[in-house]
Design a protein around this ligand. Sequence first.
Ligand code: ZN
Length: 222
Amino acid sequence: MPSSTVENYLKTILRLEAEGEGATTVGEIARELGVTPGTVTTMMRHLRDRGLVDYEPRRGLSLKPEGTTEAMKVVRRHRLLELFLVEVMGLDWSEVHAEAEVLEHAVSDRLLDRIDAMLGEPTHDPHGDPIPDRRGILPEDRAVPLIEAEVGRWRVVRVCDDDSDLLGWLRKKGLRIGEEVDLSLADRIGGVLELSRHDGDRVRMGVDAAEQVYVEAVELPE
Ligand SMILES: [Zn+2]
């Protein structure tokens, strides 16, 4: 089994575990990866034999600690590579995800350490996603999707990294990670949200976009 395939499965299970409630299923993984449930089942037996997942047919499955560590290593490589491609290679944030999907399986630990040092041991990638540390540990995340936010002051902390059209659109609108904005309109039923920016600009977005932008509350001075 090529290691890149194993790594993509581990990464997918990690993401499903973070997003979902309850155990991850073979069906969910099959949908995510666009393969048949039979293919996933074969892989789960393989990963179980390697001590990376807990898996029992027709029950849910979950990553064992060793599996989580392996998956976090891939996430660390992916996010460091994205930052390297933006900061050093000068690529736009809308075009680095697909490149990192390939490179994350190829880069050696030695090269990755050099990239990490060169970038000053960064904590976040260009999309605001936290970079797991060497032990595979992520800082606590208190961000909420904009679509769930109430009207008020928020800081944009991250955006989904895999929708290059959305990233290009956000770039055009000038929205930046770390920027503080006022959510001035949150009409979820009507399907539109509006952000007011410091320069007086207003950015309107639909619910699909607002599901992919994550914000944190800003503590306002008394
Ligand atoms: Zn990415």
